[in-house]
Design a protein around this ligand. Structure first.
Ligand code: SF4
Ligand code: SF4
Length: 83
């Protein structure tokens, strides 16, 4: 039976609290994997929050969360094996 190839790159996921965001763009600027871009939508405060345009590239490093001044985003490692 052929074994599925496993990537050595850590897998991650990013979670965004759209309503907490003030559109500063720090998370976009500091993401090392170019996962994030500004969304075209507005939140209720009138800001463009980020959204994940390249979610498969997320490594779960949480740099986005560390730089966000409003606790509006965080990243986490995904440990579950996905076939
Ligand atoms: S760093 Fe936080 S407040 Fe700034 S754009 Fe990203 S999610 Fe929004
Ligand atoms: S967890 Fe890391 S790789 Fe994922 S979106 Fe945030 S900064 Fe980018």
């Amino acid at each position: 039976m052929a074994e599925a190839k496993k990537s050595k790159r850590p897998r991650g996921t990013v979670v965004i609290s759209v309503e907490l965001c003030k559109g500063c763009g720090f998370c976009i600027a500091f993401c090392p994997s170019a996962v994030l871009e500004f969304s075209e939508m507005f939140n209720s405060k009138g800001y463009h929050p980020p959204h994940a345009v390249n979610p498969d590239a997320c490594i779960g490093c949480d740099l986005c969360g560390m730089y966000c001044p409003d606790f509006a985003i965080f990243g986490a490692r995904v440990t579950r094996e996905v076939a």
